[in-house]
Design a protein around this ligand. Structure first.
Ligand code: F0G
Length: 354
């Protein structure tokens, strides 16, 4: 028995990384694929539904898959500093892996638009966090410029090694199910992840005939450039992780969705929050953006555009609920406060069972 030692090791023959790559791992990946039979019933029934729970990665999101690859390449190349723009999760992940590698991490975030758990993570891991008075898209343009002029590695998903790492989630799903699912539903922001999944599914299929899923990419209506067909100057959504108006890999995402016989759609913030709450009611608490994939699936089933009968469907939940603790107050009342007396408790809680 060999203990799990991270996805660069587990999938090494599948990853296109330079020979000088120096593995930096926090044992990311190997996340659960959770069967959701009761949720499937609620959405109409007659199909198999699973959640790929990426919130259980070391820094709490799927970004760790890409970051182990990007930081390992940067370290092997001899780079001493990394930089990224982020809506929060990339920042926390870059900070964690840079800390692990002993590298300097600089992260640019849009001021006031990053959820608390992500900002706290980036600070805790010791990144230099810069808030800019602008959007994620503005921040990305800046870090691209800096990385082109200084010996600082860009670790956004424009970095090809990020996708090499992230495609392993597709491998894990095929390994767990014995084949690709019929549909894969996931949120789309900067569009790296959907691009990486499609790379992974195609690569596995080419070598071992595992089949290909239809991709359902889901944006928020206030930040849906790939649905509208043009950039969004002032993106707005409660799902701050995907508050992006100019996705770096937008063209590839659209192509992946089309090639797969799937599509990219948008759902409202209300649909996202309702699904976040519903998933939590099934024991899976994810951040708002992470509920977008499932919200999109529910939307398509309800409108009759996706017939789930007999299908095997995987929904990717990209980040943990703890990333965005504040948002829960939007749909849950605060706890009651009672005197520390038994009578008060029994009176409040147990009158009907007396
Ligand atoms: N879900 C979560 C929780 C995210 O943090 C992101 C992206 C996405 C989905 C979308 O993935 O960008 O590959 O299409 N977050 C980035 C960040 C932008 O900076 O953390 P994508």
């Amino acid at each position: 028995h060999t203990p799990y030692s991270g996805l660069l090791h587990r999938y090494r023959e599948w990853l296109d990384l330079p020979p000088y790559t120096h593995p930096v791992t926090l044992l990311e990946g190997n996340t659960p694929l959770i069967p959701m039979p009761r949720l499937a019933e609620e959405l109409g029934g007659g199909f198999e539904l699973y959640i790929k729970y990426e919130g259980l990665n070391p820094s709490g999101s799927f970004k760790d898959r890409g970051m182990t690859a990007a930081i390992s390449e940067a370290l092997g190349r001899g780079v001493r500093a990394v930089i990224c723009a982020s809506t929060g999760n990339t920042a926390a992940s870059a900070a964690a892996y840079a800390a692990r590698a002993g590298l300097r991490a600089i992260v640019l975030i849009p001021q006031g638009k990053v959820a608390l758990g992500k900002l706290a993570g980036a600070l805790a891991y010791g990144a230099e966090v810069i808030q800019i008075d602008g959007s994620f898209d503005d921040a990305l343009a800046l870090v691209v410029e800096i990385s082109q002029n200084y010996p600082i590695a860009l670790v956004n998903s424009l970095n090809p090694y990020r996708l090499e790492g992230q495609k392993t989630a597709a491998f894990e799903i095929c390994d767990a199910l014995g084949a690709a699912p019929d549909w894969l539903c996931l949120p789309v922001g900067n569009a790296g992840n959907i691009t990486a999944y499609w790379m992974g599914f195609r690569q596995y299929h080419a070598r071992q005939g595992s089949g290909l899923p239809h991709l359902l990419g889901v944006q928020a209506t206030g930040a849906a450039p790939l649905v509208l067909g043009h950039p969004v100057e002032k993106p707005e959504t409660v799902a701050t992780a995907i508050r992006i108006g100019r996705p770096a890999r937008g063209e590839q995402a659209l192509q992946a969705a089309e090639e797969s016989g799937g599509r990219i759609i948008a759902v409202t913030d209300d649909e996202i929050l309702a699904m976040q709450r519903r998933l939590a009611s099934h024991g899976v608490w994810v951040e708002p953006a992470s509920a977008a994939g499932a919200a999109g699936l529910a939307h398509e089933i309800a409108s009759g555009r996706l017939n789930p009968r007999g299908q095997r469907i995987v929904v990717v939940c990209t980040g943990h609920g703890l990333k965005d603790p504040d948002i829960v107050t939007r749909w849950s009342p605060p706890p009651r406060t009672l005197p520390a007396r038994l009578e008060a408790l029994t009176e409040a809680l147990l009158t009907e069972v007396r």
